[in-house]
Design a protein around this ligand. Sequence first.
Ligand code: PLP
Ligand code: COI
Length: 356
Amino acid sequence: MEKIRVELSKNLKAKPTDEGKLGFGEIFTDHMFVMKYTEGQGWHDPAIVPYGPIALDPAAMVLHYGQEVFEGMKAYRAEDGRVLLFRPEENFKRLNASNERLCIPPVDEELLLEGLKQLVNLEKDWIPHTFGTSLYIRPFIICTEAKLGVKAGSEYLYIVILSPSGAYYASGLNPVKIYVESQYVRAVKGGTGMAKTGGNYASSLKAQDIAHEEGYSQVLWLDGVERKYIEEVGAMNVFFKIGGEVITPALVGSILPGITRKSTIEILKSWGVPVSERRISIQEIYEAYQNGQLEEIFGTGTAAVISPVGELKWEDHVMEIGGGKIGELSQKLYDTLTGIQWGKLPDTMGWTQEVK
Ligand code: PLP
Ligand code: COI
């Protein structure tokens, strides 16, 4: 494995003192991880360097055609002082899956994990202490080649930045209000929906703005062809508890294969809760709501953790779920998942990795 060069910053920043006001992704640490790719040479020169602006040629292809992928993960500070990562190998596996779709050369997942551990270890004093806060980790790759022809690039930059963060939603664990989008679509089968790439998020902003104007936190996307079947929420996968069964849309190619989604399914199965991955329509949800069978809705994601949904708006129908309270299963899943992530519960699944 190539040795990681370390260049320490001479200007260390003041760390935030009020952990209640961290927000999400607003503050960045003193160092970042960088690595270049050059055709013929492969990925080279991995290094930890002072955090700061990067120079890009104005013709860099990422700026014109959006050849980019990213990941989202977290480092957690356990009560006993250990620093934990949650299934980080899954994120690097997904990064390579996104790379494959975006024609970006694959990265060495072991090197990325080693680089991440070294970076987090160096920056561990930035990990906030309050339960529920963490160090959000954002690895990403951009095409840096300067050329205006549309093609896969020959030069890339991989970067990891770190941000001490609080809850993704200002409401914390309080139920969020979600707007079902019937006009705009996020992705279609054969598109880039299953990849974590910036363009998916750029194209979602229009609908998100409309949802915000109506007082909703995020959009629930329907399938791009029939606009009938549930896909996912802006930054999380979605689960429904209907008549005792938990249902989440199957991974059909247009939604992101969330690591929190996968973990949630595994936890539910270990509890013996019936869970199915299948096609589910918004009409079925509405009918379950009308019949009094719709018990809970929650979203799953690294940033969002387990986010109970308290209200769903679909066209003229406003569905209120759980009387504005967190559902029993959502709460139990939140406690279990965060218990494992923050090292409060024994990690019987072998999901955490210590950074030291
Ligand atoms: N869906 C979308 C569109 C996302 O941006 C995210 C966040 O990463 C997720 C789902 C949840 O994925 P994960 O649980 O891996 O964070
Ligand atoms: C994450 O949950 O890590 C994400 O990447 C969501 C992000 C779009 C804010």
